[in-house]
Design a protein around this ligand. Structure first.
Ligand code: AMP
Ligand code: MN
Ligand code: MN
Ligand code: MN
Length: 286
């Protein structure tokens, strides 16, 4: 695929294989209908949806990159590292993702126990009803159940009241190490990208450490334009990309109809002076 003339790449979204609301095939159709020319499926800590996504993209004539979004612990926070253009069968990547997923079951039980202490019973079973892949039970599934059962008006209220640090359903968890995540992606032939950098609550020193350690480990890109970034944040992280010599990525982080702020394919363009990450991934498109 000639990637030089692409105007609409959307390289970040989730299917029912992790915490998205649509199966990979339906997500592909929605991306195509939204005008996406190059698409990546980036489920949390899992590549099980890649085969179906690739097949659907081929049928629709849309370029496809195999992707993943790895949960990492860094400086006391969770950082997400997106891998683009990976070989999803690479043994080190597969093993690393398996290990990263491993803690989710016990963590979910602890989250439910925390919610039970404030009078919310049955949250684990409730969340499970929203789960497509039992290994990938996430805060999003708890959030959907807490809304459905009338405890909160919407998902963002759930996170504010129950699922963020210091709140009753929050359970600190140790995810993958930054260097491991970058290595799994890189050894699988992909490019590692810092996801939605404006979402983290780092001090300037911690953020500098994230970007420089990420680079030292072999990370090459940063999401500049993404569903949760304001225009000003896109400008700021465009400048960070230039300062650190990183490639720029663009992705909606679409999760589910009626839940996600940004539709697949409807993002602003990357700032002109940046090098789009997909120019380095032409040979990984399928
Ligand atoms: P987990 O991997 O189980 O910690 O869940 C993290 C997921 O929760 C993210 O990938 C988002 O999809 C979702 N999430 C995190 N914070 C919020 C928020 N404030 N509002 C809505 N969804 C959120
Ligand atoms: Mn998510
Ligand atoms: Mn994320
Ligand atoms: Mn995401």
């Amino acid at each position: 695929m000639d990637v030089h003339h692409l105007t609409n790449a959307d390289l970040h979204c989730h299917s029912t294989v992790s915490d998205g609301g649509l199966a990979p095939e339906l997500l592909a159709e929605r991306a195509c209908a939204g005008g996406v020319e190059l698409w990546a499926l980036t489920d949390h800590d899992e590549v099980k949806g890649i085969g179906a996504a690739r097949e659907a993209a081929r049928r629709l004539g849309m370029g496809f990159l195999a992707g993943v979004e790895i949960s990492v612990s860094f400086a006391g926070q969770v950082v997400h590292i997106v891998g683009l253009g990976v070989d999803e069968t690479n043994p080190a990547l597969v093993a690393g993702l398996h290990a990263t997923r491993g803690g989710r079951g016990p963590r979910a039980q602890d989250m439910a126990a925390g919610l039970a202490r404030v009078g919310i019973q049955g949250a684990y079973e409730g969340a499970l009803r929203f789960v497509g892949n039992p290994e990938l039970i996430s805060r999003t599934h708890f959030a959907r159940w807490l809304v459905e059962s009338g405890h909160c008006r919407d998902v963002s209220e759930v996170f504010r009241k129950y699922l963020t640090e210091g709140k009753p359903g929050f359970v600190p968890h140790r995810w993958a190490a930054l260097g491991d995540a970058v290595r799994w992606i890189t050894e699988a032939g992909g490019i590692a990208v810092i996801a939605h950098p404006a979402r983290y609550k780092f001090t300037p020193n911690e953020e500098y450490a994230l970007f420089s350690e990420f680079k030292q480990h072999g990370g090459l890109g940063v999401e500049v334009v993404t569903g949760s970034h304001s225009d000003a944040e896109a400008v700021r992280y465009g400048e960070m990309a230039l300062e650190f010599g990183l490639l720029a990525s663009r992705g909606s982080d679409f999760h589910a109809p009626g839940e996600s702020r940004t539709e697949l394919g409807s993002l602003p363009h990357l700032p002109a002076q940046l090098e789009p990450v997909w120019l380095r991934l032409a040979d990984r498109v399928n």
